[in-house]
Structure formats: structure tokens, C-alpha cells
Design a protein around this ligand. Sequence first.
Ligand SMILES: *Cc1c(COP(=O)(O)O)cnc(C)c1O
Length: 407
Amino acid sequence: MSSNASSSTDKLSPAEIAALRPDTRLVHGGILRSPFGETAEALYLTQGYVYDTAEQAEARFKGEDPGFIYTRYSNPTAAMFETRLALLEGAEMARATASGMAAVTAALLCQLKAGDHVVAARALFGSCRYVIEELLPRFGVASTLVDGTDLDAWKAAIRPETKVLFLESPTNPTLELVDIAAVAEISKAAGACLVVDNVFATPMLQSPLALGADVVVYSATKHIDGQGRCLAGVVLGSEKFLTDHLQTFLRQTGPSVSPFNAWVMLKGLETLPLRIERAQASATTLADRLAAQPGVTKVIYPYRADHPQYDLARRQMRGGGTLVTFEVEGGKAGAFRFLNALKVARISNNLGDAKSLVTHPATTTHQRFTPEARAQMGISDGMVRLSVGLEHVDDLTDDAVRALQAL
Ligand SMILES: *Cc1c(COP(=O)(O)O)cnc(C)c1O
């Protein structure tokens, strides 16, 4: 059985579920309830499935009998997660993967071949940049990196053989925005496929498909789990893209999600709106409080009026998100003193956790770049990225103010 947004649940028809508000869909969408009538979604920890007859096995392989074949292909728990997220995103279909990077790699490789060309925004999650800059060219797929905020640069980079445009917005760690609707127009005019990595905005705050993107990818590891436990990824798009390109690639190459991890993510979706609302409210407050502190030289937050792309943020996002980036005085030494003095927010390169996590991008996630390349990306030595969690905002404020005194 292929997972899609029309899987049924007990009483609500697919049409009725689609008419529910997003928060309700995230609790009731996609349930495949077993004959035991369990309240909570079951964890189907199985590799395979048995058939009643040889005829049924034959029909299942022919695609004439709906049902599961092997967990590398699909699994009921993974299918529930996929359907539920597709309902939120407004996508025809979704497929879960073992990690966010498996989702990104699959979304690209499943549709590219030697001779094709990819255009991507330069400010990308480090591993995404590796895939585009180093991995694809090894297989004859050329790539061009552009300043994602410069629409003329996107246009100028298009070639007759351009097949995919790739971007993330807001970007890591400088929270720069790319105008998704404008890049989608450029992509459509070129007959290309626009793939958007929507991790930083989360499905709650930005809907790339509605803005014209063709494919959305997530690291579910981040806000969808939201409690720092498991890795998973998701690719969402049209039924045509998934059946023509993605499904076969995933089936045959095997970056399948573990049913256990899919179950954790599925349950994570139930509380996603609450968690994002809370973390975002704290991030908004913290951004303003930090900006008023001595020792803080700059605060970057998409919903602050001093963000250079504030208008675009209001247009394409439904909130400023859960990440705040700021600069402290004293360059690397100042940033290290600040990080080391924090007691509630912990030092980690991860994000989207219930626990607030703080990162020094220049020496960790963006260490492999030269100082010039970092400067080009706007990453300074005093820059700190804060992923705001679910703690009380006043405790986070006290922690930051105390740590700033260490400067
Ligand atoms: C974390 C992340 C990824 C990779 O996800 P994994 O689950 O760690 O493989 C890709 N893109 C962005 C923007 C991320 O933050």
C-alpha cells in the first residue's frame, strides 16, 4: 500500500479529515486503526507481511491488491506519519526517510542524471551544500551556487539543462530569507523542479507548496520530533513526482525510516502546533530582550522590524520561527565566554528541541569554510545561534543576561 493523504480512519472520511483545521488533522489524520481499536497509533515493528494466498501475493506485487509488501517499501506506522504530515502540508503525497539528509539526497538524485544542472542558494545546511557542490558533480550533474536573495542571480544561472532549483529559507545560521514565490516563478519558466528545505520555518509557519514550490523536504529530526530523540526525514510533493521519481528510488536504494522513529514523529505531530507556538513566542520575546542588552551588537529575527527582509517575512511566513541569531562583542573569545557561561541553554549543534540549544556556527557547523567564505555568508566570529526551547522565557532571559555579564 502506498501512503497517501487519503488513508482512512475509523469514523472520519478522508474528505471530512481534509476539512478539519490543521491542529485537528495533526491529531486524527492518517490513522490506520487495527482490529483491536487502539486509541494511540500502533507501532508496527515488522519487516514483512504475510499473505492469505499465493494469489494475493501475486496481486499485491502487481499493485492490484492494496497492502504492504516489505518495510523497505512502506510500513503502516510510517504511512500514518506520511499521511498526517501530507495533510498538514497540503501535499498530495509524502514519503518518510531515515534522516533529513536521506530526504534531501533522495529528492535530488531520484530526478537527476548525468548532464543535468542544478542551481542552489549558497546559504545551505552544510551537508546539503556537500551533496550539491561535491556529490552531484561526481555523477556528472553540474551545479551553480547563487546568492539566494538575488533573483537576477537565479535567472542568470539557469541553463537549458537546469532541472532542479534548491533552497532553504530562513537560512542557517543567518536567518536570511529567499523569496520562494519569486524563485518558483523562475523555476516554472525554466521547466525545472523547485525543492525547498523547510526545516527552519517548520510546516506550521511556511507552506512552500502553496508558494509555488514543487517539492518540500524536512529533517523531522528537528521540530517534528521536537524532543531530541530520533532522526527522520520527509519528502512531500505531487502524486506524479512521487510515483514517477521518488518511490522507485527509495524502494530500490533503501533509506527507509525505522517504524519506531516514524512512530515517534507521528506522535510528535500531535503537539507540533503547541510547541511551535510556545517556542516562537519565547523567541520573539528573547530577540527583543537581547537587542536591548549591552554586549549584544546585532540581533537577527525574521519578525523583527529591523530584519532586512521584514516585509518578505510577513508575506511568506506565518511567524518568525523558533531560532534567534545574534552577535556578541569580542568576536570568537566573546562568543565562547558567553556560551560557556550559559547554564539553562546548552551548547549543541542541534536545533528544534524542547531544550534551548546554542551554537557557535563559525567554529562548528561552518568550521570547514574559509574565513572569506564565512564572511560572504554573513557569519561572523561573534555570531551565536540560539534554538529556543520550551523553558520559561524568563529563565532563558536570566540565563542569557547572566552569561552576557561574562563578556
Ligand atoms: C538538520 C538539517 C538537515 C539534515 O537533517 P538530518 O535529520 O540531520 O539528516 C537538513 N537541512 C536543514 C536545514 C537542517 O537543519
